[in-house]
Design a binder for this molecule. Structure first.
Ligand SMILES: Cc1cc2nc3c(=O)[nH]c(=O)nc-3n(C[C@H](O)[C@H](O)[C@H](O)COP(=O)(O)OP(=O)(O)OC[C@H]3O[C@@H](n4cnc5c(N)ncnc54)[C@H](O)[C@@H]3O)c2cc1C
Ligand code: SF4
Length: 525
């Protein structure tokens, strides 16, 4: 064994970085502040189905963690502090950012550029799609340049997609198969997704969740995962890394490390660096510029609902998070200056307009007869359109420490509302083209895609980590999180995070010692 790494956080980022380090022959100790919960367990699944039990209750964020409990409303039910992190209940939408997303400031004069390009990340996107087992169709319009097909074929469009696809065509806008991290075929010993649609808790492992990656890592004698073990401080002496202070039960002790990779998500990665103060770093690690914790970003979505008079073919989509068709027609360079957005759709029923159950499950739970359910299926039914928009970074949106607790402040960039207003106009035209009568627009609401807080920058004056994800001026300490994103793009963040994790792994494997400069020619992704 040449080096010992401490990886903080057992989510998808930590799992991929650890797998890369192990492949290079290094030893990895992973710290996870939350416990493990049973996954792929039929008993738990039945309890979830009958609506009685939250399988992830042990990992929800308690209010006492936050200095401003009102922020809990913003985060409640979203982040999971568990073995495997938040992908345990993610939707598995897995898109690449587009080329222009890495050059927001250069192209629009707003926000920030990434110090790396799409070309730098492209080979690692391909690796990430294999790791996350992404199903998609490379022939669809809307994808950025790519070298080859997806590892899995796309889920076919459903009957209920047809109106949406026809409506988009009438508007001259293209559609595409949703890129989903769900197994259209059995792959690498993982079950095929049976499209059961209870993806909050998948009973068979039909999609990627990071605990599956950890199961593989735990077979290695070089890997040790400690759950309910929290990193409380990264310890340096004379500017050099010593290790990580870890709290477990009533004990706090120092774990010596040659290198540390912080993979604790956008909030808690920033928190750990803010807490790691010393004489050389009074404001926390990587905070010489005062950027640490700033530029917290998220995606914002709208929900529009329209009535469809009848549904003679009894079209259904049983799982609202399992849309098979979407559009990136408004996520392109032409829409970047005003705010890009992506477009999703689904079909809903009167008995469950704002819920997450389809008519069959809802009907069974409500004790309705087969005839009553059939009548509801035949209509009138409702169409939902869901645009989701990019957000600009604001310095006042931030995480900080107050009285020893985490303070989370997020202010929505005003351009988001302009972009959503444009999206609303497009959607109203689309509802017309789909032959539906719009009845309601809900208020804009945040997603669970936290980004920013640890901005990646070429120069220490402009951010927290360098393009190799090393904390500026702190050799041997790295961050791998969507916290490093300088901008959000208009698609979900996790595939890009997985690509960054593979890229960091390649860098660390080819570096003779943590903190050494990278020779990209030494690695062949
Ligand atoms: C409901 C929901 C749906 C989503 N759907 C999608 C989607 O469809 N597509 C998409 O791209 N993204 C989606 N996301 C976002 C996605 O889940 C995240 O981008 C992803 O999980 C981030 O991975 P991570 O490894 O950075 O962090 P996490 O998954 O948050 O894991 C970090 C881990 O670090 C641990 N930790 C924190 N602090 C410490 C500490 N000090 N010491 C030790 N451990 C610590 C935490 O307990 C946690 O388990 C969704 C999120 C939610 C909540
Ligand atoms: S549709 Fe079913 S099998 Fe597929 S991921 Fe969701 S819960 Fe698992």
């Amino acid at each position: 064994v040449s080096r010992r790494w401490v990886v903080v956080g057992s989510g998808v980022a930590g799992g991929i970085v650890a797998s890369e380090l192990l492949a290079g022959g290094d030893e990895v100790v992973m710290l996870e502040s939350g416990p493990a919960v049973p996954m792929r367990d039929r008993r738990v699944w039945y309890d979830v189905l009958m609506g009685a039990r939250d399988p992830y209750a042990a990992g929800r964020l308690p209010d006492e963690v936050l200095a401003n409990p009102e922020a809990g409303d913003y985060l409640r039910g979203k982040l999971l502090r568990l073995r495997g992190g938040s992908t345990l209940h993610w939707d598995g939408w897995a898109f690449r950012f587009r080329e222009e997303d890495f050059r927001l400031r250069s192209l629009t004069g707003r926000g920030a550029d990434w110090p790396i390009t799409y070309e730098d990340l492209e080979p690692f996107y391909a690796r990430a799609e294999h790791t996350l087992r992404v199903a998609g169709d490379h022939r669809d319009p809307g994808h950025p340049r790519r070298e080859g097909p997806f590892p899995l074929p796309a889920f076919p469009y459903q009957q209920c997609d047809e109106r949406f696809l026809d409506g988009l065509a009438a508007l001259g806008a293209h559609a595409q198969h949703t890129c989903l991290s769900r197994n259209t075929q059995p792959i690498d010993g993982h079950a095929r997704c049976e499209t059961i649609g209870t993806c909050l808790y998948c009973p068979i492992g039909g999609r990627f969740t990071a605990d599956l990656l950890l199961d593989e890592l735990e077979r290695s004698p070089l890997f040790r995962l400690e759950t309910q073990a929290r990193a409380v401080r990264i310890a340096l002496a004379g500017g050099r890394l010593v290790g990580v202070q870890r709290a477990r039960g009533d004990t706090t002790e120092l774990l010596a490390a040659d290198g540390v990779v912080v993979c604790a998500g956008a909030l808690f990665s920033a928190e750990l660096l803010l807490r790691s103060t010393d004489a050389l770093h009074p404001g926390g690690l990587g905070n010489r510029s005062g950027h640490l914790g700033r530029y917290l970003m998220n995606h914002t979505g709208l929900l529009g609902i329209a009535a469809q008079a009848s549904n003679p073919r009894r079209e259904t989509n049983e799982a609202y998070t399992f849309q098979t068709a979407m559009s990136r027609a408004f996520d392109d360079p032409a829409h970047q200056a005003g705010g890009k957005f992506q477009l999703q759709q689904d079909l809903r029923y009167a008995s469950d307009l704002d819920g997450r159950l389809g008519p069959l499950a809802r009907g069974v739970l409500d004790g309705r007869s087969a005839g009553e359910i059939a009548r509801e299926l035949e209509g009138p039914v409702f169409r939902a359109l869901l645009p989701m928009t990019e957000e600009l970074p604001l310095p006042e949106s931030r995480v900080s420490l107050q009285d020893g607790k985490l303070r989370v402040e997020h202010r929505r960039d005003p351009r988001v509302l302009d972009a959503l207003e444009r999206a609303r106009v497009v959607c109203d035209e689309l509802f017309d083209a789909m032959g539906c009568q719009r009845i309601q627009w809900m208020d804009p609401s945040p997603y669970a895609h936290l980004m920013g807080t640890l901005r990646m920058s070429a120069h220490p004056d402009d951010g927290v980590v360098d393009p190799d994800l090393q904390v500026h001026d702190v050799p041997g300490v790295y961050v791998c999180s969507s916290g490093v994103y300088p901008s959000t793009a208009a698609v979900q963040p996790t595939l890009t995070l997985a690509a960054l994790a593979h890229r960091l792994g390649a860098h660390l494997r080819s570096s003779p010692s943590p903190g050494a400069p990278w020779n990209p020619d030494a690695d062949d992704p």
